[in-house]
Ligand binder design. Structure first.
Ligand code: HEC
Ligand code: HEC
Ligand code: HEC
Ligand code: HEC
Length: 437
């Protein structure tokens, strides 16, 4: 198997490449490059009538800005107001550069290895930009979402990760990203039936889903003509329209439908030239159509332990080196950064969880007191009591996407689709068999 030999070699090469100054220079089209200009959202904070209140608001916004730096939001999002991180830290940026053949530089890594990378990279290839977030979404929604993120975009495999963001931090980040005071809401006006017809006729369903409607909007009319790249981007980044009623106000939505790029200059939604009446009716339909309650995935049944022998090689190949390793690697890899799950990042303290080798997995994690604890120790309490931590975190991720986060336990892989019951069964069986090599 050529890949077994060439991949680690190639990754060393990648690390070397990244430590050369050339790699740190942002290239022209990298996501996030446009954030060098000050976001409009931040400029408009300036004047509020009472000086004391203005000072308090400015302090909150400044705290939010500092938190956005601390949580490294720019490793996945453009438009955070913190510029583009170096490529070695830029999760979405690096994946996107590789898929677009802009990294690694031609000739530096064997073509077959690059081809393999391109096949393997499926998650975090795109994320919505945060450009002028406050011009679109309600601040209160934002604060809630940061504390309890949920899936918004059905075609995007990753979700916004569940960070340690308390109410105070969420309020500050929301104030930073959405500093405008919300004007009084205008009443929703419009013809719902005509609104529905507009969605069908304009090809909105080319990109969007609208879950919960008793009968789906006709998606067969597709007048939206875009490049293949723009269509893919549009489909991947289009939110399920059911969330719009919590996220946007009516007047914002009408303005958005008339000219998306006026509210967000890097919008992945094209301007579909709706008339004022079409935009009003479409907005009324989106905000007022009857919707059945949201259907979240059910927590899959846990499979019984395997009777056959499970080896380290199998667990490593199917789980740790396929997914986990990218956030839990050797600190020597990529210039001292062992990933957010090992040496810290995304606002997390270093947990010291290295999943890159048998010995590293056996060395466990740092608990809240900074002491080493085995990843195989069963949890002492909670709904996953008795399950070894290494498997419990995987079960916790299944519960998170079903809207049932486990208190005190973060689901893994962080913000990514849950592992399958078969993969979890494999880890559980390996641990139960005494973790053979
Ligand atoms: C590991 C990557 C990652 C990091 C780091 C990250 N996010 Fe996200 N975020 C995502 C993804 C992916 C989505 C899209 C989720 C969806 O649509 O379901 C998202 C969605 C969002 C949204 C909703 C945007 C919209 O228009 O719908 C906001 C707001 C947001 N993130 C803010 C933040 C903030 C603030 C931080 C830092 C505290 C942050 N994110 C850090 C991956 C990340
Ligand atoms: C310097 C480029 C680079 C950076 C930075 C980078 N990755 Fe990757 N990533 C890759 C490559 C190359 C692969 C595929 C080859 C492999 O599996 O090693 C990959 C694969 C992955 C995979 C497994 C395949 C998949 O899509 O599920 C995950 C998960 C992942 N990366 C997450 C991350 C996260 C999270 C970050 C940021 C903390 C990150 N990556 C930063 C280059 C990068
Ligand atoms: C080419 C794909 C595409 C088409 C066609 C499209 N949209 Fe969108 N739409 C998007 C994307 C992508 C976003 C998210 C924009 C962003 O954050 O940059 C979006 C955002 C929205 C939002 C805001 C949702 C939210 O929760 O923030 C609404 C509402 C919306 N679109 C309605 C429509 C309607 C109505 C039509 C048809 C007139 C339409 N869209 C056509 C891609 C598309
Ligand atoms: C996108 C990055 C990312 C990916 C991918 C990821 N992790 Fe993590 N992991 C983290 C972070 C960050 C922490 C620290 C969380 C905390 O302190 O609450 C962590 C912590 C952990 C912990 C310690 C939990 C605890 O309670 O202390 C375990 C165990 C773990 N991860 C296992 C895994 C496994 C197994 C996978 C692959 C299926 C995985 N992780 C994939 C980022 C990631």
């Amino acid at each position: 198997m050529t890949s077994r030999i060439s991949l680690p070699l190639a990754l060393c090469l990648l690390a070397v490449l990244l430590s050369s100054p050339a790699c740190k220079r942002p290239t022209k089209r990298r996501p996030g490059a446009e954030t060098k200009a000050k976001p409009a959202a931040i400029r408009s904070v300036a004047l509020t009538p009472q000086p004391a209140q203005a000072r308090a608001t400015a302090a909150l916004v400044a705290r939010g800005k500092q938190l956005v730096a601390q949580y490294q939001c720019n490793r996945c999002h453009a438009g955070s107001g913190h510029g583009t991180p170096p490529l070695a830290k830029n999760c979405v940026g690096c994946h996107a550069e590789i898929l677009a053949d802009r990294f690694p530089p031609a000739g530096k890594v064997k073509p077959d290895v690059v081809a393999k990378w391109k096949r393997e990279i499926v998650d975090l290839t795109m994320a919505p930009s945060l450009t002028s977030t406050g011009a679109r979404v309600r601040r209160a929604w934002l604060a809630k979402f940061l504390q309890r993120p949920h899936d918004l975009r059905p075609k995007l495999s990753a979700t916004m990760p569940r960070f340690v963001i308390d109410a105070e931090a969420a309020r500050a980040i929301a104030a930073y990203l959405a500093p405008q005071a919300a004007p009084a809401t205008s009443a929703v006006e419009g013809d719902l039936r005509h609104g529905r017809a507009v969605l069908a006729a304009k090809g909105c369903m080319t990109c969007h889903t609208f879950s919960g409607l008793p009968s789906p909007v006709d998606a067969t009319q597709i007048p939206v003509k875009l490049s293949a790249e723009a269509t893919t981007r549009g489909i991947m980044l289009a939110p399920d329209l059911r969330h719009a009623r919590e996220r946007l106000r009516y007047d914002t939505l009408v303005a958005w439908l008339r000219e998306p790029t006026k509210l967000k200059r890097d919008s992945a939604m094209p301007d579909l030239k709706l008339s004022a009446a079409e935009a009003r009716d479409a907005a009324a339909f989106i905000l007022r159509a009857y919707l059945a309650p949201a259907k979240l995935p059910t927590v899959p049944a846990r499979l019984p332990l395997l009777k056959r022998a499970v080896s380290w090689a199998e667990v490593e190949k199917k789980l740790f080196k396929r997914i986990c390793w990218h956030c839990h690697s050797e600190p020597a890899y990529a210039r001292g950064d062992g990933g957010p799950g090992n040496t810290g990042g995304f606002g997390f303290k270093p947990r010291g969880v290295n999943l890159a080798s048998y010995e590293a997995v056996a060395s466990g994690r740092l608990d809240d007191k900074g002491e080493r604890e085995s990843l195989f120790r069963p949890l002492a309490s909670g709904p996953l009591k008795g399950v070894p931590r290494i498997a419990a975190v995987l079960l916790a991720r299944q519960r998170e996407v079903s809207g049932k986060p486990v208190p005190g336990l973060r689901g893994m892989p962080l913000g990514l689709p849950p592992m399958s019951p078969q993969d979890i069964q494999l880890v559980e069986s390996w641990v139960a068999q005494g973790r053979p090599r």
